[in-house]
Write a protein of this length. Sequence first.
Length: 406
Amino acid sequence: MTANQVKPIAAIVGAGRTKFGELWYDDPERLLFDAGLSCMESVDKGIHRNQLEACFFGSFLYQATNKMGLVPGHMSKELGLNVPITMTEAACASGGSAIYSACLALRSGQYDTVLVGGFEKMTDRSNKISDDLMFAADPSEFGAGFTFPGLYATMMSRYIYDYSEGKQECEDALAMVSSKNHHHAIKNDFAQFRREFTPEAVKKSSLVAYPIRLLHCSPVSDGAAALILTVPEKASMYTDTPIYIISSQLATHDVSIYTRESITSIKTTKLASTAAFKETGLSYKDIQIAEVHDCFTIEEAMFLEDSGYYKKGEAWKGIYESYEANKGLKHVPYVNGQNELIVNPGGGLKADGHPVGATGVRQVYEAWAQLRGQAGGQQVEEKLDTALCHNIGGTGAICTVHILRR
């Protein structure tokens, strides 16, 4: 089976986003409205808001960060619609989970055309954001003094210990992930950070939680992204060049890292990616670009192993060798034999930014733009057919995987 033989779940007929960064003067509902308006304006043949039958929105922290509740009521006013509006909270996977819910609704036949959005306004509570983010961890981890950098530092330390025997090249490779993603964001007009950082600069940045340094971490961000999904049979009403979602998968696991069988792997990534490949008949060899959840650089390395691209414990070697062989190219691919995979062509969470509820939707926006050849300065130069989007919540308690094709 090939991607062209798979029956699509949904067609993406419009996509939009805001810039990510410290957007002090925009409130959450305005960000989501602006992303939605940009999304509607991107529909080639036009769309009227009355054609939207339902909305699915993802966000994580708005009640704590913005003293805001009942988002459906706020957005009903902003959109001028009285349609069903569903909110999804799944930590950093809130956006991907909203897409998953929308795909279920379209599959069921309940709706034909829906709006999906993700948003977060984190800088309004920047002095407390580290504590707020720990809502997505086990309370005992918070009680023990962990922050999310601390939890991922634990995972990263164990990975380095188990698979590289403390070799400096492993830490170099994880710094290369950050350097590569910042390089990819240079021409991304929406990105929070558009500057180069060498691997050496990453390793010299401020220590946060050993071995994680500041430039291993995604930033605190504000922003929103939106999509319009329709049943495949109606895609031609809106565009002649739809991008299809051919798999939508979600998996869950323990919220705490201390109850898992391994902390050097994210089980939900394995489960969701395996299910997506089974549903489509594809494998990692068929994926040309991947939007990967890299809120810390170790996550990108784990994805490469958990998705099957590299063998267990060997991602760091593949990262190191690929970067050394391809640094300086517009996009630095990961190479495995005859296969090449470009990960985070717009900069990923690390450089584009990570307003947590918006991230999963932004990933699909980026893949949509890349597959349509409309990604601007960060457009991958080769012709693209298939993309994968990978969105993680917490330290891996939930994961969504979506596969897209032209």
